[in-house]
Ligand binder design. Structure first.
Ligand SMILES: [Zn+2]
Length: 83
């Protein structure tokens, strides 16, 4: 199972050649950010499940924090959610 802030690999890499995506939003649609170029996409959850290859790292893993476009989980904007 995947969570907000996880980095995942898809069956096809992004056009920039990178194949690491960070999950920025979970809902009926899932927002992903390419960790190679910072490009963001929205994808329907059912479509995401089909295209997902594997989960690379969990949220807040120190390894992913070193990547240029990493957004720490607590900085992902979630205006509609209360903690
Ligand atoms: Zn990219």
């Amino acid at each position: 199972m995947y969570h907000l802030g996880d980095v995942v690999q898809m069956k096809k890499p992004h056009a920039c050649g990178e194949n690491k995506w960070e999950i920025l939003r979970l809902g009926a649609d899932i927002r992903l950010k390419c960790m190679g170029c910072g490009h963001m996409v929205m994808i329907a959850r059912s479509n995401f499940n089909k295209k997902l290859k594997k989960i690379l790292t969990m949220a807040d893993d120190p390894k992913t924090a070193d990547l240029e476009y990493y957004v720490p989980t607590d900085q992902i904007a979630r205006p509609n959610l209360k903690k």
